[in-house]
Design a protein around this ligand. Structure first.
Ligand code: MTE
Length: 335
């Protein structure tokens, strides 16, 4: 099975940006524009609220309390408009819950994401299995509005909430043999229909990885929320990776294991089709996917009449921050 490049968004699914943006403007009014604009100011993160039956995911009590104390990291946020909330929760890739864009939002609603523990091991001084609540306790959550660019050539702007990955890694004390970080999604075929499907050609569980310097970069982020609430199950609750300069398949969801290792991890998509999905997967308009161009992307929401095609930027527009990591690497070979 290969990642498809679908044209599956019906114009009827798309609601004007004003729904989400009006809400934000309302919150700005409440909180004062200056408070929102200033980095480091504690505030209740703006949450989407809609008429109708759109689900929001408050998460467990301890997470709600931390979300309330969250703050926006304006320095590491784009000022582009976030996708309307309903779009971000209904256009998903999460093959454990099916291969169509609407499958995860349909099939993941009963997915149990609390309580949740994460096993951290390998080349670290403090290995252990940590309840998620304990892992997050020391941190003030931050919101980062980032661009998600899928290898299928669509993209979305999403306000994620979480912590810098480096903060967590430093706490478990990586040793000098820790050259890569490997992340593993939950393996639970009972809950995840895609993992028990006879048609699936992916090896489960889903595994992704980063080089240690990539993992320690300030843009690498572990998300526990989005749009001011907990992560919806279809978006990778309760814990997912956010690496905005890399294609979306690196943004592994529902993480249960983090291992610091010496060898480059054998990652899921790279194993499935090594000539199509490299380990690095840095967004690169100059290196096409063997079956389609990566020069442009469809920024969602889009429609037949307003396809909203934009040029893809090297490193998804984060080149200034991350290009130096790859100074000595031939990016056509290490795609
Ligand atoms: N993580 C797991 N475990 N399983 C997946 O199928 N899909 C990836 C990534 N993380 C995937 C995953 C891909 S291809 C993309 S583009 C993003 O999740 C999509 O994230 P979103 O559904 O929150 O937009």
């Amino acid at each position: 099975m290969l990642i498809k490049k679908p044209d599956d968004i019906r114009p009827s699914e798309i609601t004007p940006e004003s729904v989400y943006l009006n809400r934000r403007q309302f919150m700005r009014g409440l909180l004062g524009g200056a408070a929102l604009a200033a980095s480091g100011t504690a505030l209740a993160l703006p949450k989407p609220e809609f008429d109708g039956d759109l689900p929001v995911y408050p998460g467990p009590d301890w997470l709600q309390a931390q979300l309330r104390a969250g703050e926006r990291n304006t320095e590491l946020s784009t000022d582009e408009a976030p996708a309307p909330y309903q779009h971000a929760i209904r256009h998903n890739n999460f093959y454990e819950f099916g291969t169509r864009k609407t499958d995860p939002s349909r099939n993941a609603q009963q997915f149990v994401t609390d309580p949740w523990s994460v096993e951290i091991g390998g080349e670290v001084g403090k290995p252990g299995t940590y309840p998620l609540e304990d892992l997050l306790k020391p941190y003030r959550l931050e919101e980062r509005i980032v661009r998600l660019r899928c290898v299928e050539a669509w993209s979305m702007v999403i306000p994620f909430v979480g912590i810098p990955l480096a903060d967590l890694l430093k706490r478990v004390q990586p040793n000098s043999r820790a050259r890569y970080v490997e992340f593993t999604t939950l393996h639970d075929p009972q809950q995840m229909p895609g993992q028990r499907s006879v048609f699936s050609t992916l090896d489960w569980p889903y595994v992704e990885g980063l080089r240690i310097d990539e993992a320690m970069h300030p843009l690498s982020f572990l998300a526990v929320g989005m749009y001011g609430n907990a992560l919806p199950p279809q978006n990778g609750a309760p814990l997912r990776l956010v690496v905005p300069w890399k294609y979306g398949f690196k943004w592994v969801k529902s993480i249960v294991k983090i291992r610091l290792v010496e060898q480059m991890p054998n990652t899921t998509w790279n194993r499935a089709a090594p000539d199509e999905y490299g380990f690095y997967a840095n967004v690169n308009p100059a290196v096409d996917h063997p079956r389609w161009s990566q020069a442009t992307e469809r920024r969602l929401p889009s429609s037949l009449f307003q396809p909203n095609i934009i040029d893809t930027q090297p490193f998804n527009g984060y080149g200034e921050q991350v290009a130096h990591l790859y100074r000595d690497l031939d990016l056509t070979k290490w795609f």
